[in-house]
Design a protein around this ligand. Structure first.
Ligand SMILES: Nc1ncnc2c1ncn2[C@@H]1O[C@H](COP(=O)(O)OP(=O)(O)OP(=O)(O)O)[C@@H](O)[C@H]1O
Length: 258
């Protein structure tokens, strides 16, 4: 879960995020080998070919300050790629992403944390990356551990955390750093029911406080209850965008056609 500090860009005051004609291409290694011999030789030859895969194609949208914006779509449609681009973890091959304000991404599991460091060390590390002073992290430290319910484990290395503990810590850090924009990718996917409920309540509080939230989820009821506007991705392209209930309807129609 990398936490990045973004410079204020020259956007109109109303906009939190402006994405213009963004495309992202991944290079996928292609090796057509039929025999064990060819496979073994291939390991050493370095003679690889690549296929281009466009994870996002010409995506444009605008998120206003204070909006809670949903991103939905089937597996592999490009949602996480888009969020990583908003976070500055990935760069588009073409187009532009502009972000107005301090952004705290809560990205997919495994992104950003240092497994060989303890929970405590990771909290201080990310506080620093978010531009907080040590004193500020000191002040927030107990709240982070309290919300995550991980006080007992503060000195444990992250490599010994369960995926649920990891998510709780990541989410707790993201919200306690008081960002202008919160990026949430599948925050509800791993935590247990108790923590999911707590997360939803917290997200609702943050929404009410006027912060901008980008919420990626497969939970359509959660997207519906939180987000005024949403966008539906399919094969890296925007299929629908606008009022969340209409976008969800479109998604359901699309799923029924498959
Ligand atoms: N580093 C990478 N290299 C190659 N292909 C990638 C890479 N990261 C993602 N992809 C591909 O890009 C496509 C979009 O992936 P992405 O993770 O953005 O989808 P998603 O909508 O978030 O999916 P899910 O709902 O399963 O989380 C997928 O086909 C994925 O395999």
């Amino acid at each position: 879960m990398p936490l990045l500090l973004k410079e204020k860009s020259k956007l109109d005051e109303e906009s939190a995020i402006v994405v213009n004609n963004v495309s992202k291409c991944y290079r996928i290694p292609m090796e057509k080998k039929r025999t064990v011999y060819e496979n073994i030789i291939g390991m050493f030859s370095g003679n690889k070919s690549y296929e281009e895969f466009w994870a996002l194609k010409d995506v444009s949208f605008n998120i206003k300050r204070g909006e809670t914006f949903g991103v939905i779509g089937p597996n592999g449609s490009g949602k996480s790629t888009l969020l990583k681009m908003l976070a500055g973890v990935l760069y588009p091959d073409s187009g532009s992403v502009k972000v107005n304000g301090r952004i705290a991404p809560f990205l997919e599991l495994g992104v950003g944390f240092q497994y060989e460091l303890t929970a405590k060390e990771n909290i201080y590390l990310y506080g620093a990356i978010m531009g907080l002073t040590k004193k500020e992290v000191d002040r927030k430290y107990e709240d982070i551990l309290d919300f995550a319910e991980l006080k007992r484990f503060e000195n444990m290395k992250l490599r010994n955390f369960s995926s649920g503990m990891y998510v709780r810590l990541a989410f707790s850090i993201a919200i306690q750093t008081d960002p202008d924009i919160l990026l949430l990718d599948e925050v509800l996917a791993v935590g247990d029911e108790h923590f999911q409920k707590k997360c939803m309540e917290k997200i609702e509080d943050i929404r009410k406080s006027g912060k901008t939230i980008v919420f990626v989820s497969h939970s359509l009821p959660s997207v519906n209850s939180l987000c005024q506007k949403s966008l539906l991705l399919n094969s890296g392209m925007i299929v629908a965008m606008g009022e969340t209930n209409k976008v969800i309807q479109k998604y359901q129609q699309m799923a029924n056609q498959i």
